[in-house]
Design a protein around this ligand. Structure first.
Ligand code: IPE
Ligand code: IPE
Ligand code: MG
Length: 231
């Protein structure tokens, strides 16, 4: 396999296809989410292996509240268990965990687990994993603009908005991967993705592994990013 020379600094992943993965096996959708957690774990290992600095995972959108209470609670339980288990990858491998999105509506035990792991990993600087939780690109923009209004702005520039978004401490995403073959963005990092490279592999998220990760990196390194200029 050809050598990977150029990796994205910030990779962002729309983890899609958990439900279909389960349904195809005659299992409840929650089983797909459970397998999806394993794919997150594999992907974090791949990020460490290939020197990715930032990886954002779209885990729960502002629209996902439309799903059944059972599925939503199942997802919250899985995330809480994953981040609070004793040998979790963040503590074990010195990976920083942060989040974007509005955490207020989440159950208290999930919020406190998040606060705890964020605090414990905040000084790790090899790799930062960002969970997008109750995140919507439009909501992010609206909240950013409202922050600026609260601070007395009458007129704003692009930079003001960028520095008021949830992602203000992160570089813009270089590469956005959405699994499961859906060719849409579903309200992910709308403002931030102005010049992101996009890739839509068919693999369902629970099946995503190092081989798919490397394939994605190969796709990325072939892209010619011009940012409106000439190469
Ligand atoms: C993505 O998988 C996970 C979340 C949105 C939480 P889905 O649950 O959307 O899986 P499909 O799209 O129904 O297969
Ligand atoms: C996007 O997937 C959100 C996450 C992966 C968390 P969805 O499955 O919710 O998106 P749509 O409804 O197919 O557009
Ligand atoms: Mg989906």
């Amino acid at each position: 396999m050809a050598k990977i020379k150029k990796v994205p600094k910030h990779l962002a992943i729309i983890m899609d296809g958990n439900g279909r993965w389960a349904t195809r096996r005659g299992l409840p959708r929650t089983f797909g989410h459970k397998e999806g957690i394993k794919a997150i774990e594999r992907t974090i290992d791949s990020c460490l292996k290939h020197g990715i600095k930032y990886c954002t995972f779209f885990a729960f959108s502002t629209e996902n509240w439309k799903r059944s209470k059972e599925e939503i609670e199942g997802i919250f339980d899985l995330i809480r268990t994953y981040i609070s288990k004793e040998d979790n990858i963040f503590l074990k491998k010195h990976v920083k965990l942060s989040s974007i999105g509005v955490l207020d509506p989440f159950p208290e035990d999930l919020k406190s687990a998040l606060i705890d792991i964020k605090e414990k990993t905040k000084d790790y600087d090899k790799l930062e994993i960002i969970f997008a939780l109750n995140y919507g690109g439009r909501d992010d923009i609206v909240r950013a603009v409202n922050k600026l209004i609260d601070n007395g702005y009458k007129k704003v520039e692009e930079g003001d908005i960028l520095s008021s978004l949830d992602t203000c401490s992160l570089p813009e995403p270089d590469f956005i991967v959405r699994t499961s073959g859906e060719n849409r963005i579903s309200n992910f990092l709308l403002f931030q993705m102005a010049y992101s490279e996009l890739y839509f592999p068919k693999v369902l998220w629970p099946d995503f592994n190092e081989r798919h990760f490397v394939k994605a990196l190969m796709v990325y390194q072939k892209r010619k990013r011009r940012f409106g200029g000439l190469s």
